[in-house]
Design a protein around this ligand. Structure first.
Ligand code: HEC
Length: 197
């Protein structure tokens, strides 16, 4: 009993020390990153964006010699405004969603959504956004953290679990890429639904 208490006490102290060490590591790591300036954040942001597949939906595909490939001249600029689409097919049986060949227009029970222009263009992209607005958008699932709800298939319910540092790194990277002027259309309501207010 007594032995257990002693071990328990030691274990608790060890756990406390480990926690302290982890917190210290995190704090010093963060300050080292901050001190290194935003070049590090941009690099980390690019790594996250490329490994999480943001471009799968936010960069339009075009036909290449080996099949569809992301159009590098439109990197992360969202659904191309000039692309006119016929109405999406109605959901049928267990098949509830459709996607355009560009992978930038999606239709399902939520209506039709068009992927956003994430490039830093000031009028049609994220060029006027603050870092905080970007973090708030992802965390709340609302445009700029307070506007309309962001529709599927934008995976914000997963991305919102990232750390502030990683979300800020994504934003730093997005601000560093080539701005592309492209005014993405507003989403369309599902057929038969009351028009959006
Ligand atoms: C499966 C497709 C898909 C993936 C993957 C995806 N998105 Fe999206 N994203 C969308 C769609 C569709 C919209 C537009 C939804 C709407 O209009 O409500 C959107 C919207 C957004 C918006 C909101 C823009 C605004 O004006 O409010 C941001 C920011 C965003 N995406 C960032 C990202 C980032 C960063 C990643 C990668 C970590 C990512 N997305 C991955 C489909 C996707």
């Amino acid at each position: 009993m007594r032995g257990n208490q002693v071990t328990g006490g030691r274990a608790a102290r060890r756990a406390a020390l480990a926690l302290f060490a982890a917190a210290w590591g995190a704090a010093s790591g963060a300050s080292a990153q901050g001190a290194a300036g935003s070049a590090d954040a941009v690099k980390r942001g690019e790594y996250i964006v490329r490994s999480m597949g943001c471009a799968d939906c936010h960069t339009p595909n075009k036909m290449g010699p080996n099949g569809p490939e992301p159009d590098q001249t439109k990197w992360l600029s969202g659904h191309p405004a000039e692309m006119k689409l016929p109405p999406a097919p109605a959901p049928s049986g267990p098949w509830i969603a459709s996607v355009a060949a560009t992978m930038t227009a999606w239709s399902g029970p939520w209506g039709t959504s068009f992927t956003a222009n994430l490039t830093p263009d000031k009028e049609t992209g994220t060029g006027q956004w603050t870092e905080q607005q970007f973090v708030d958008t992802i965390r709340s699932g609302r445009h700029l953290g307070r506007g309309r709800e962001i529709l599927p298939p934008m995976p914000w319910p997963a991305i919102r679990n990232m750390t502030d540092a990683d979300l800020k790194a994504i934003f730093a990277y997005l601000q560093s890429i080539t701005p592309v002027k492209n005014r993405v259309p507003d989403p369309l309501p599902p057929p038969g639904a009351p028009a959006a207010k």
